[in-house]
Design a protein around this ligand. Structure first.
Ligand SMILES: [Cu+2]
Length: 174
């Protein structure tokens, strides 16, 4: 008699613990499905609201920038950092970022830049330049701050001789 009572108590315990486990499982599953896993944000809208926009541009030993387009908004203060992620010196694989006014003849600009090695391949006439970094070698960085020009599409390039054919892009002011 006593033994069978214990047996039934054990059976009850087993049933209730099974119920508890299945309850827990259901709750856990519900929590997982209901909780938002990722918050969806619109980067473009967020960027447009900021007074300052930070841009990071990298240049490597293969004569490449990692961005072909840069988007900013009219009136923003642009804080642009150029990193030379390679190891080659500025003398053989120098990189800079030069933002040019609309209508600049890139080929002509490059030809003038190539003549002026002592100034980091920046032409003596700088009237077509909106903003620029220093000429960097591997491992170096330069950060510049400037006001975004008026709405439009501008060219940026690396003015080191021969680089702009590969190292150039569009700077879009929206
Ligand atoms: Cu370059």
């Amino acid at each position: 008699m006593k033994y069978s009572k214990i047996k039934s108590v054990l059976a009850l315990l087993a049933i209730s613990s099974t119920l508890l486990i299945s309850c827990n499982k259901t709750e856990k599953n519900e929590v997982v499905t209901e909780a938002p896993v990722e918050t969806v944000t619109n980067d473009v809208d967020d960027a447009a609201k900021q007074d300052t926009i930070k841009i990071t541009l990298n240049g490597n030993d293969k004569m490449q920038y990692d961005l072909s387009e840069i988007d900013v908004y009219e009136g923003q203060t642009v804080v642009l950092t150029l990193n030379h992620t390679g190891t080659m010196p500025a003398a053989s694989m120098g990189h800079n970022f030069v933002l040019l006014k609309n209508g600049t003849d890139l080929e002509k600009f490059e030809a003038e830049a190539a003549k002026n090695q002592k100034d980091g391949y920046i032409p003596t006439d700088t009237s077509e330049i909106i903003a620029r970094t220093k000429l960097l070698g591997g491992g170096e960085s330069d950060t510049i701050t400037f006001q975004a020009p008026e709405k439009g599409t501008y060219d940026f390039l690396c003015s080191f001789p021969g680089h702009y054919s590969m190292m150039k892009g569009k700077f879009n002011v929206k």
